[in-house]
Design a protein around this ligand. Sequence first.
Ligand SMILES: *Cc1c(COP(=O)(O)O)cnc(C)c1O
Length: 389
Amino acid sequence: MTESWGIRAWLADLEEQGMYRRRRVVESPQSREIVVDGRRLLNFCSNDYLGLAGDPRVAEAFAAGARRWGTGSGASHLICGHTAAHHELEDALADFTGRPRALLFSTGYSANMGAINGLLTEGDAVFEDRLNHASLLDGGWISRANFHWFEHRDLEDLDRQLGENADARRKLVVSDGIFSMDGDACRLPETVAVARRHGAALMIDDAHGIGVQGREGRGLVDPDRFDVEAVPVLIGTLGKAIGTFGAFVAGSEDLVELLIQKARSYVFTTALPSAVAVASLASLEIVRREEWRREKLADLVARFRAGADSLGLELLPSSSPIQPVIVGDPGRAVAFSQALEDRGCLISAIRPPTVAEGTSRLRITLTAGHDEADIDRLIEALGSARGTV
Ligand SMILES: *Cc1c(COP(=O)(O)O)cnc(C)c1O
């Protein structure tokens, strides 16, 4: 197959375009510093925004969960894999997001695929922000609904497209809450209003907002301002700020019951290990209680932006812990990332197809695990690495 399909030439082509992707082997837990391929580096590419992925309390809950429940869940939720631990976490997530119900999925990718594909089919229409996460796009495409892009955060464009497709049976507007590669936020109040005006439902994927934004880290979709009517389909993930693994859809009783019937990536997959649910529950309590993590993170973001600005680096309008530095050319982004690594900082270069052509970037992420000296070292490294690429 390798020969007849020309796979080697295909790979060589990717290499030549600066698009070849390589995995790194990490030899330590997630933390402000990690050991990669034998070297200790400051870690600026993790989504562990609150510094909980390596927290001993969460790890202890995980271990206790494994002792109580074993390792595997044995089957899908609908067969015999849905445990009291999953159920308790769903109740806690519903309470956290201010929704009547929440439904656990094994990953954010499968939650998005399952929710969109479960809700829409031929004759329906989905409207997606151009910078939405791949899992939202894949869910839209696989559903066979008519697929419409709208320009990033451009609600006039969304409004026009909803108007042009008024005859679609069901209309679903889908957006990231905080955009994963740009770090900016969707214009939530305006998006809610436009969707409502056209009788469309709104789905927000708050993978990067949950834990980080809002009171007690409830996310971008503040339940006091945006109830289940305003944002009927809310997605959160557990593998980022919550520091564990998995994801959930939060919404009405009926939505959750429908997804239990119809979301193929829910029905046909093994339930998360219960120990993950136990650990997530422990982490969620820490997330809600330890406000200092969000405050520290906001201070570090401000410190980084001031430093990067003084270097004259091109930043994006992001107040989230996702702080990309736009480089443009993919090869140059890789070289920049390498030069930063030589200076002790691990930062990944993000290239097409993850981001648009010509917008290759360093995706810098900050966490509450960092301290001010780490940010200063990063700024220094950026300043000196920039001259070499
Ligand atoms: C990471 C991410 C996902 C996928 O979540 P996983 O649990 O990692 O599969 C979905 N949506 C967005 C916006 C993300 O950033």
